[in-house]
Design a protein around this ligand. Structure first.
Ligand code: SF4
Length: 444
């Protein structure tokens, strides 16, 4: 049973020293009760209090790590239901299935395709996270041999999916250094698989026909190992979404310990488009791992983009370092395009200018990572501020010309920027998509 803020407060030092970042011990206690801070943020709490507060100080959703070394992915540790309340910490993992009954040649080819599912988006690397090996062969040795291939040749963490204890035991033996996720403990096999997971320090999926069964099994398995991932099953998307939401809500709002673990869900839709749509639902709420069958880049990139947007910090806009940056073989005679330092805006402009194959420069003005119109409305992107920044970075010394193009949406800045900077200002298209045609037509 979770402790209230007042119950926690009774055990605190009550010196109000503020070292935890809270003005009083009471404020700290309230934050601890709502899982917004960890107990170790207070350096003065006594050992006796630590013991009493053990459960209260645990995060509502325990951290579980899938995979090892550079393939490791942390899951769980979430403390809020809604991103705008604080932020989400560990992004949902995307896992793609591969079947163990493929021929060696087909298996190697598909593994190579999965290994290639990584992308660069708005300056960050994004990729899938795991390869889910599904046993269809019915043969324990085949499953173990394919698991070894996934572990040794795959770029992502392995998930071993089988209902056979013997097959899973052999596959874990062949891959244990990669810390595969074992899928899945059921009412029938949980003791054997919990011991297997504990002995090899691997995470284990706990599966049941409904949430009551998952909760009951989670309690039993957690007495052996806390490296648990809860599986949400269902016949429909609505049923699975409801299951994922219940688990997260009960863990965070009610501190219901059997649900205080990351979750996994599989996509059942048949067509690739439906798979992506269904997976997007679970990435949004609240899966820690989403298992899908589709593996084309055009299908996976939108999922990765959605996840990247959701799992950013809403209080910190994604931004690039302000400055002037070359595109292609740009030199001191190449045209200059002005925009803001909001990552999405910058990389959209960068992508369009790169596609035009015309060497150019992008001036990313400092606007605290806000977009063009937002920055203009907030007074962060105006003639005076842009001109001031141009002076700070010595634009006059860097270029032999004095021409700069601004976004069409802020054409109003033309006169003030010309006046303050002494540069000739051209008004470009409203949208970055118009830049290649604009660059060619204007020969800027
Ligand atoms: Fe109280 Fe500890 Fe915070 Fe100091 S650091 S104010 S003792 S909770």
């Amino acid at each position: 049973m979770a402790l209230t803020g007042l119950q926690i407060f009774k055990l605190m030092p009550k010196t109000n020293c503020k070292e935890c970042g809270h003005p009083t011990c009471l404020a700290f206690s309230m934050a601890l009760a709502s899982s917004k801070i960890a107990l170790d943020a207070c350096p003065h709490v006594s050992d006796e209090a630590k013991e009493s507060l053990g459960a209260a100080s645990l995060p509502p959703v325990l951290k579980v790590t899938l995979g090892a070394s550079d393939k490791a992915r942390a899951m769980g540790e979430e403390v809020v239901l809604f991103r705008h309340d604080k932020k989400f910490y560990n992004p949902a993992c995307i896992a793609i299935t591969i079947s163990d009954d493929l021929s060696d040649d087909e298996f190697d080819k598909k593994l190579a395709v999965l290994n290639d599912l990584d992308f660069e988006r708005v300056g960050e690397k994004v990729s899938i996270d795991a390869i889910a090996l599904v046993q269809k062969s019915g043969n324990a040795d085949t499953f173990a041999a394919k698991a070894k291939k996934v572990s040794e040749n795959g770029k992502f963490a392995p998930i071993l999916m089988s209902c056979c204890v013997e097959s899973l035991t052999k596959a874990v033996e062949a891959t244990k250094s990669a810390r595969p996720l074992i899928h899945a403990a059921t009412e029938e096999n949980w003791e054997a698989l919990a011991n297997l997971a504990k002995a090899n320090d691997c995470p284990l999926v706990v599966s049941g026909c409904d949430l009551d069964a998952v909760a009951a099994l989670s309690e039993k398995v957690s007495a052996v190992t806390k490296n648990i991932v809860l599986e949400v099953c269902g016949d429909s998307i609505a049923q699975k979404l409801s299951g994922l939401t219940q688990i997260r809500r009960q863990a965070i709002r009610k501190k219901f310990r059997p649900f205080g673990f990351p979750s996994i869900v599989s996509v059942n839709a048949k067509s690739a488009v439906s798979q992506v749509a269904e997976a997007s639902t679970y990435v949004s709420k609240y899966a820690s791992i989403v298992v899908v069958d589709c593996f084309e880049k055009a299908q996976i990139l939108p999922l990765c983009a959605l996840r990247q947007n959701l799992f950013s910090d809403p209080q910190k806009p994604a931004q690039v370092v302000p400055g002037v940056f070359p595109i292609g073989a740009a030199d001191e005679n190449s045209p200059v395009y002005c925009t803001t330092n909001f990552s999405l805006t910058y990389y959209t402009v960068e992508g369009e200018l790169s596609a035009s194959k015309i060497p150019a420069w992008i001036l990313a003005a400092p606007t605290d990572g806000t977009s063009v119109l937002t920055a203009w409305a907030a007074g962060k992107f105006n003639g005076e501020k842009i001109a001031q920044f141009m002076e700070e970075i010595n634009m006059n010394d860097k270029f032999k010309h004095r021409n700069i193009t601004i976004p069409g949406y802020v054409a109003i800045l033309k006169a003030p920027l010309e006046e303050k900077s002494g540069w000739k200002v051209k008004v470009g298209p409203n949208e970055a998509a118009g830049l290649p045609a604009y660059a060619k037509a204007n020969n800027v």
